[in-house]
Design a protein around this ligand. Structure first.
Ligand code: GDP
Ligand code: MG
Length: 317
């Protein structure tokens, strides 16, 4: 089982560059937006028909009703100001960048030691994989890392984290069938004893029946705080970019239960539409700390709004 997992990850190792994979993932949305903009160019006016076409393209790209309305209003205002020679593509890029830029916030590891990062998200969102990638990223910043296998309900999840531990050369604290909160508690203690800089605490995205995921998450958070006053210092929600508008509901629910400090948006390499970033920015802004574009260890980077807009709506298409 472990071998299978390893091979799968290696096969998916980056052959294309980061930019290519991000652009590849967003290709469908990019084509839709470019198609709608072509209509504006054809008619040489941002008229009702053009706006409707753009609206359709934005909605189909997961931008959501609120952010779509905002973007169209913003675009109209920019168009009015820019005058007859306006380049609608450049203006829409400006609108998008203005909307997304506030989500770009450098993810900083504070002075607390250990600095505890709790990773939350629904099952399959990409929590464990993102932890593997984050461990590498943190080590590249010169920080030592310890992983806590908090998804105790599934043996496979534990094994998967162990593989990422091995791949990164970092320790993993796990308990067979133990309580998630207890694992997190132990991990924080172990990190303190060993002088480790950062703890990455995995959590369950699905629970055995009759237990409420959000209650459990709040409990894990509380127990981490008992292990170390002030911890966790960051709570990151992992979102699968393919979940579309449902991602917004997840942001709201997890924020309520655990107080999110940031987001990780994964699987932007697939056929994700990407527009959900705009929806989050408009409706429930939480800093987008990282984006993921693959299953490999290097497939995670801090979110950069300009890079994202370039992939979604390049200047020169
Ligand atoms: N293509 C792609 N697949 C990903 C990415 N992140 C995670 N995955 C895959 O999504 C699946 C679920 O990921 P996992 O980390 O187990 O999710 P978890 O249940 O939240 O821990 C696995 O098959 C991962 O390899 C990503 O950025 N891109
Ligand atoms: Mg997992």
């Amino acid at each position: 089982m472990l071998d299978l997992f390893k091979r799968k990850t290696e096969d998916a190792a980056p052959k294309r560059s980061w930019t290519e994979r991000l652009a590849g993932g967003l290709a469908a949305s990019r084509d839709r937006l470019s198609g709608a903009l072509a209509g504006v160019f054809r008619r040489r006016a941002l008229d009702d028909e053009a706006l409707e076409e753009l609206e359709g393209a934005l909605l189909t790209s997961d931008v959501g009703v609120a952010a779509t309305a905002h973007l169209l209003e913003d675009l109209k205002a920019r168009y009015r100001r820019a005058g007859a020679d306006a380049d609608p593509r450049a203006l829409l890029r400006e609108s998008l960048l203005a909307l997304l830029a506030p989500l770009e916030r450098p993810f900083a590891i504070g002075p607390e030691r250990p600095f505890v990062i709790m990773i939350a998200g629904v099952n399959g969102a990409g929590k464990t994989t993102s932890i593997g990638k984050l461990a590498k990223w943190l080590q590249q910043q010169g920080l030592s890392v310890l992983l806590a296998a908090g998804d105790t309900f599934r043996a496979a999840a534990r094994e998967q984290l162990a593989v990422w531990g091995e791949r990164n050369g970092v320790s993993v604290i796990a308990q067979a069938g133990g309580d998630p909160a207890a694992v997190a508690f132990d991990a924080v203690g172990a990190a303190a004893a060993r002088g480790i800089d950062v703890v990455l605490a995995d959590t369950a995205g699905r629970l055995p029946t009759q237990r409420n995921l959000m209650d459990e998450l709040a409990k894990v958070k509380r127990v981490i705080g008992k292990a170390r006053g002030g911890a966790p210092h960051a709570v990151l929600l992992v979102l699968d970019a393919n979940t579309g508008q449902n991602a917004l509901a997840q942001v709201a629910a997890f924020d309520r239960a655990a107080g999110l400090t940031g987001l990780i948006l994964t699987k932007l390499d697939g056929s994700a539409k990407g527009g959900v970033v705009a929806a989050i920015a408009r409706e429930h802004p939480v800093p987008l700390a990282f984006i993921g574009v693959g299953e490999g260890i290097d497939d995670l980077r801090p979110f950069a709004a300009a890079e994202f807009v370039d992939a979604l709506l390049p200047a020169d298409a």
